[in-house]
Design a protein around this ligand. Structure first.
Ligand code: ADP
Ligand code: 5GP
Length: 189
C-alpha cells in the first residue's frame, strides 16, 4: 500500500525537528530528499539534506517533468520534490516523509493519485517564529524578515490539512505527531 506523510508549516516552526524525531521513532519512514539551488549550509551534506544543484540544473528538472511539485520559495531559490525520491523510497518498502513548504504541500496533495497524511505545524505566535529563526543562526536578518512575511500568508492555509499541531512545548508536539503517524501507519486504507 502506498502511504505518504507530509509535514509542513512556516519556516522556523520546527518541521525538521519534528521530522527528525518521526524518522527516529518510525523505521518504516524515509526522508524524501528535496532538490534545491540554494547554497549549501555548514553541516549540510549533498544527497542527505538536499540534492544541491545550480539554477540551470533545477530548471532542467522542471522542463523534463522530474518533480512532483516545485516552488520558488524565495526569490530565485527553488525547492522541489523529486519523483525519483518517492520511487527510491518505495523500492526500499518504506514510506516517504516530505518536509516541504505550505504551497508545495498543497501541490503534492493535488498531484498524488492517493491521499497522503498531511500535518501542519503552527507556532504559538509570530514572535516565537522570529526568535527561533534568530536562534537557529542560519539566516541573515533580511532573510528572516522575508520568511516571517511569508509565514503570515502560509498560516492562513492550515485548515486544508488533516491535522494542525501547535509546536510550543516540544515534547507535547512530539507526542501528538507520533500518535497521529502511528494511527496512520497502522491503518489499512
Ligand atoms: P523548520 O524546519 O520548520 O524551519 P526547525 O526544525 O529548523 O524549523 O526549527 C527552528 C529552530 O527552532 C531550531 O533551532 C529548533 O531547534 C528550534 N525549535 C523547534 N521546536 C522548538 C520548540 N518547541 N521550542 C523551542 N525551540 C524549538
Ligand atoms: P531551508 O532553506 O530552510 O532548508 O528551507 C526553506 C523552505 O523550503 C522550508 O519551508 C522548507 O520546508 C521548504 N522546502 C524544502 N524542501 C522543499 C520541497 O521539496 N518543496 C517545497 N515546495 N518546499 C520545500
Amino acid at each position: 500500500m502506498q502511504k505518504v506523510i507530509i509535514l509542513t508549516g512556516p519556516s522556523g516552526v520546527g518541521k525538521n525537528t519534528l521530522g527528525d524525531f518521526l524518522l527516529e521513532q518510525f523505521p518504516q519512514l524515509s526522508y524524501s530528499v528535496s532538490a534545491t539551488n540554494r547554497p549549501i549550509r555548514k553541516g549540510e551534506e549533498d544527497g542527505r539534506d538536499y540534492h544541491f544543484m545550480n539554477r540551470e540544473a533545477f530548471e532542467e528538472k522542471i522542463r523534463t517533468d522530474e518533480l512532483l511539485e516545485w516552488q520558488e520559495v524565495y526569490d530565485g531559490t527553488y525547492y522541489g520534490t523529486l519523483k525519483s525520491e518517492l520511487e527510491r523510497i518505495n523500492q526500499l518498502n518504506k514510506f516517504p516523509l516530505l518536509v516541504v513548504d505550505v504551497f508545495g504541500a498543497l501541490n503534492v496533495m493535488k498531484n498524488l493519485k492517493f491521499k497522503p497524511l498531511s500535518l501542519f505545524i503552527l507556532p504559538k505566535d509570530l514572535e516565537v517564529l522570529r526568535q527561533r529563526l534568530e536562534n537557529r543562526g542560519t539566516d541573515t536578518p533580511e532573510t528572516i524578515q522575508k520568511r516571517l512575511g511569508k509565514a503570515e500568508i502560509e498560516m492562513q492555509e492550515y485548515r486544508q490539512f488533516d491535522f494542525a499541531i501547535v509546536n510550543d512545548d516540544l515534547s507535547k508536539a512530539k507526542s501528538q505527531v507520533a500518535s497521529i503517524v502511528d494511527d496512520f501507519l497502522k491503518s489499512t486504507h
